[in-house]
Write a protein that binds this ligand. Structure first.
Ligand SMILES: *Cc1c(COP(=O)(O)O)cnc(C)c1O
Length: 235
C-alpha cells in the first residue's frame, strides 16, 4: 500500500472519531478544527494530506514552517504549536495563522512589536501548564487570568483562547480532569470580560486523548501520529 492511501485513510478515521466524540458530547462537529501536526514529516506527506482535503497544519519549529510554507499551496493555514523563542518571532509573524504557545510576557511583547511593524493583528493562545508539570511550558492555571489581563494591553495581539499539552499517559481518561479544568478556566477568564480577550478557542487533545478532549470542550485538536504515523527524530 502506498503512503497516499494511509494518510487519507487516517484522516478519514480521525474525522470520524471527531464526529463521534462530538455526538457523545452533544456538540456540533463543525465547531472542532483538526490540526494535522506535520512536524518532522516531509512535504510530500503534507501534500498527500492536503490532497485528501486537509487545510490546517501544525508545526512546532519556526524553521519547518519557513521551509514548508513556500512549497505548499497558499490556502494552508499554519499553526505554530511549539515553544517559541523570542529571536524567532520575527520570522513567523505573518506566516502563522495562530501562535498557540504564548507563555510569557516577554514573548508577548516581542510578538506585539513585530505585529505592529507589519501592521497586522496576530491571533494567539495562552499556553497553560494545566497539570503544573515541571517539564512543561505554560502559565500556571491560577496565574492565567492576570496574564490575560496583561495581554489585553497589546493592540496587535488577539487572544483567542487557551492551549495545553496534557500529561503523557497510557490511559487518556486520566486527562479528562485536566481538559475539564481547561474548559472551566476559559469560562472563568471569559466572565471577567477583559478587553480584547476572547475565549472561543480551546486547543487541547493529541493522538492519544483527542476524543476525551472533545468531550470536554476542545475546539482545536492537534493530531500528528494518528495521521502521519510515528515520528523518527534520529534520521
Ligand atoms: C507533536 C505535538 C502534537 C501531536 O502529537 P501526537 O501525539 O503525535 O498527536 C500536538 N501538540 C503539540 C504541541 C506537539 O508538539
Amino acid at each position: 500500500m502506498t503512503e497516499t492511501n494511509y494518510i487519507s485513510e487516517n484522516l478519514d478515521m480521525v474525522q470520524k472519531k471527531i464526529k463521534e466524540a462530538a455526538a457523545r458530547a452533544g456538540r456540533n462537529p463543525e465547531d472542532i478544527t483538526l490540526i494535522a501536526v506535520s512536524k518532522t514529516k516531509p512535504v510530500l506527506m503534507l501534500q498527500e494530506a492536503y490532497d485528501a482535503g486537509q487545510r490546517v497544519f501544525g508545526e512546532n519549529k519556526v524553521q519547518e514552517i519557513l521551509e514548508k510554507e513556500p512549497v505548499l499551496p497558499e490556502d494552508i493555514s499554519w499553526h505554530m504549536i511549539g515553544h517559541l523563542q523570542r529571536n524567532k518571532v520575527k520570522q513567523v509573524i505573518g506566516k502563522a495563522a495562530m501562535i498557540h504557545s504564548v507563555d510569557s510576557l516577554r514573548l508577548a511583547e516581542e510578538i506585539e512589536k513585530e505585529a505592529a511593524k507589519q501592521d497586522i493583528l496576530c491571533s494567539i493562545l495562552i499556553e497553560i501548564n494545566i497539570a503544573a508539570e515541571e517539564s512543561k511550558y505554560g502559565i500556571l492555571p491560577e496565574e492565567a487570568p492576570a496574564f490575560a489581563k496583561q495581554l489585553s494591553a497589546f493592540p496587535h495581539l488577539r487572544v483567542k483562547g487557551l492551549m495545553t499539552v496534557a500529561p503523557f499517559t497510557e490511559n487518556p481518561e486520566e486527562n479528562r480532569k485536566y481538559f475539564r479544568k481547561m474548559q472551566q478556566l476559559a469560562v472563568d477568564i471569559k466572565q471577567k470580560n477583559i478587553d480584547n480577550i476572547c475565549m472561543e478557542t480551546l486547543s487541547m487533545g493529541m493522538t492519544g486523548d483527542y476524543e476525551i478532549a472533545i468531550e470536554e470542550g476542545a475546539t482545536m485538536v492537534r493530531v500528528g501520529t494518528g495521521i502521519f504515523g510515528e515520528r523518527n527524530y534520529n534520521k
